[in-house]
Ligand binder design. Structure first.
Ligand SMILES: Nc1nc2c(ncn2[C@@H]2O[C@H](COP(=O)(O)OP(=O)(O)OP(=O)(O)O)[C@@H](O)[C@H]2O)c(=O)[nH]1
Ligand SMILES: [Mg+2]
Length: 277
């Protein structure tokens, strides 16, 4: 795990291993809502939700579907009739990934969830990393499933996609001073206390770049951030929805945040050493 924003001193490997297993036990007991934004994920939604539910009875799933033309919403509704731990939020039309996350956060805050996980519904984010994310969230208010820490990475991406992702992360870190290595990752676990501090009304982006905007505001509010490695695998089925417009919008966002609030100050101690989850 790579962490930032925490001042804790060094600990030995055996202490960390012990702490790691305690964290896992604690994380494994907390009521957790996994928010799955979907747009044309009909083939993925059921197997993914079932894999998540199989992780334990503390896990619940909220599918946020934007009236997908492939009837993902209908498939999710069928599943929710079979599984009490699956809920569906049906929205009338494509409103963007960012607003889907915010809708999921609001839903979680109305309920008594202690943790909220967001992940793509196309198996790029493997459910097998959820326990690591929950364990990391025991130590940090925001846990990121990170492609850009040791043992993290991407699979099946062409060089264009790899370059685009690297450049946007590099620009985000440089312009905004965000302490994470993977600022654009959508695989995250937020503690309830972090979401309670999120200034919802300041989140303006409706699309993908909202991930940067959310993280930036949380760090501004003083939230601690830790990263745990994941291998991001290109989608199993269906088509990508990222457009050039989204990419350009992302650059605009960085400039807007930088102008409005400035670069974040360096956290004491900077980015922490890599540690074990
Ligand atoms: N509810 C909702 N979900 C969306 C919207 N846009 C994208 N999604 C979902 O958000 C997640 C991420 O979108 P993807 O198209 O997979 O984007 P990506 O993973 O960055 O791109 P690929 O690697 O090409 O798949 C997926 O689960 C999508 O179905 C939207 O407007 N509304
Ligand atoms: Mg995807």
């Amino acid at each position: 795990m790579v962490g930032c924003g925490e001042g804790g001193g060094a600990s030995t490997v055996s202490e960390e291993a012990e702490q790691g297993s305690d964290n896992e036990k604690r994380g494994a007991a907390r009521r957790t809502l996994v928010v799955l934004p979907t747009y044309n994920e009909r083939e993925n939604v059921r197997p993914l939700a079932e894999a998540l539910l199989a992780l334990g009875s503390h896990i619940e799933v909220l599918v946020v579907d934007d009236n997908s033309p492939d009837l993902t919403g209908q498939a999710a509704m069928e599943l929710s009739r079979e599984q009490a731990r699956v809920r569906v939020l049906l929205r009338p039309g494509k409103m963007g990934l960012g607003t889907a996350y915010l809708a999921g956060f609001r839903y979680a805050l109305k309920g008594d969830y202690e943790r909220v996980i967001t992940m793509d519904a196309d198996f790029s984010h493997s459910p097998s990393y959820v326990p690591d994310l929950l364990a990391t969230a025991e130590r940090y208010e925001v846990a990121i499933g990170s492609r850009y820490v040791a043992r993290g990475g991407t699979r099946n991406w062409d060089w264009r996609r790899r370059m685009m992702s690297r450049i946007s992360n590099w620009m985000t870190r440089r312009l905004l001073g965000l302490p994470a290595r993977d600022c654009t990752a959508g695989f995250r676990c937020y503690r309830r206390e972090a979401l309670e501090r999120l200034p919802f009304e300041e989140i303006k982006v409706r699309g993908y770049s909202c991930l940067v905007e959310i993280l930036y505001h949380l760090v501004r509010q003083g939230c601690t951030v830790g990263e745990t490695p994941i291998i991001f695998v290109d989608r199993r089925a269906g088509r990508s929805k990222i457009s050039l417009r989204e990419v350009l919008g992302g650059v605009g966002l960085l400039l807007r945040l930088r102008r409005a609030y400035g670069r974040l100050p360096k956290v004491a101690g900077g980015e922490a050493e890599a540690a074990r989850t």
